[in-house]
Write a protein that binds this ligand. Sequence first.
Ligand code: SF4
Length: 377
Amino acid sequence: MILLTTTANVIDYYWYPFVVDLETFIRLRYGVENFALLLESRKDILEHAVERIKDALEHGEVRTEPQVVELAVCGYHAARLLIASLGDRWLASRYALAEAERSYKRLQNEEPRTIEALAKILGVNLTYLAEPYREPIAIVNNVVIYRQYEYRIHFLDYVKVAQRLLGDPTWRPTNLPVKQGYIYLTKKQITRILKEAIATHIERSIIGFRIELAALPQTVKEYVETVKGLLSKYRKPKVVKTGGKKYSIKLPEGVVLVEAFPPCMKDIYDALLRGENLSHHQRFAIATFMLNIGATIDQVVDLFRNVPDFNEKITRYQVEHLAGLRGSQKKYLTYGCEKMRTLGLCRGDCGVKNPIVAYYKNASKLIRRSKEKEASS
Ligand code: SF4
C-alpha cells in the first residue's frame, strides 16, 4: 500500500483519496496529464467509480474495497468527475457524506499525528495534547473519575467545522470544556468533527470540478449515463410539481397549500426539493411547521426523501417524535419568528409572531380569492 509522506506523518491514500493531488498523481503514476483521456482506456477505473457511487446511493457509505491503491485514488476522482458532469447537487452531497463515512471509520483507529496531518490538509487547525486535559466527571467510592480530552481546537475553527452539529446540545460549546479560546475534545469527538470537514471538502471539490460534458471521451460519457440511470433508480422523490402550480405535494390525506408558505418556510422547502444538506435547525423548523399545518407523518417523511443523508427509519422515528407520537408524547411547535430571526432563517417581515400564523393568514387569503373568482365566473 502506498503511503504519502507529509510534514507531520503519513496519510494512506487508500482510505483518504481526497487528499491526493490528481494531476501530480497521474503524471507520476501513468505519465499522462489528462485524466479524462486516461479513463478512456481504463474501464476498470470507471467501473470502480460506479461501484463507489452505487454504494453511496444504496448504503450511504462507500464500502467497496479495491485491490490496489491506484484504483481507490483514481476511482474516487473518476466518481467525482462523473457526478460533476451530471451537475446534481443532491448526488454530490450524498456521495461526499458516503466517502466521509468510509474515512471516518478508518480515522477512529489512526495515530494522533495522522489525525493532525489530515486535519491540516482539510484546513482544520487542531492540536494533539501529549498531556491530555482531564476533567473530573464523578466521584465513585471517594475516587475521582476523569474524562480525558486529547485534542484541542480553537473556538472559531470549531464553530466553523461543526456548524451542522450545533443543533445537537452535546456539540454546543457551552457543553464542552473551553479554556482560553480553545475547545477540548476526545479522540471520538475530533474524528466526528473531521468527518464533517471531509464531507464539506469533497462536496466542494465536486461542485468546483469544471467539466465540459461535450468534450469528454465517448467511453466516459457512457458512464455518465450509467450514473444517471442509477440516480433515477435510487432517488425517487415523492414530492412533485403538479397541476400547473409552481409547488404542490401529493396529498393522500392532509391538505397543505405550499403557495401559502411564509418566505422562511418556502426557502427551506425549496432547499429540500433541491436535495440540499440542511442544518438541524432548518430540518426541525420545516418538520414541525408541516406537522402543525396538517401534513401527515408520511408527507413530512417524504419531503425529507431528497436529503443526502436520508434514512427512512431514522427520519420516521424523528418525525413521529416531533408529532408527539413517541417518547414524551409532546407535540412540538415550530420556532417563533424571533427565534427564526436569531437563527438567520427569517426571510421577510410578515407582521406575525409565528410562521404558522403567517401560513393560515396567507391560506385564508388564497381561499377567499379563489371563492371570489368562482362566484364572478
Ligand atoms: S416574519 Fe416570521 S413568518 Fe415571516 S419570514 Fe420571518 S420568520 Fe418567517
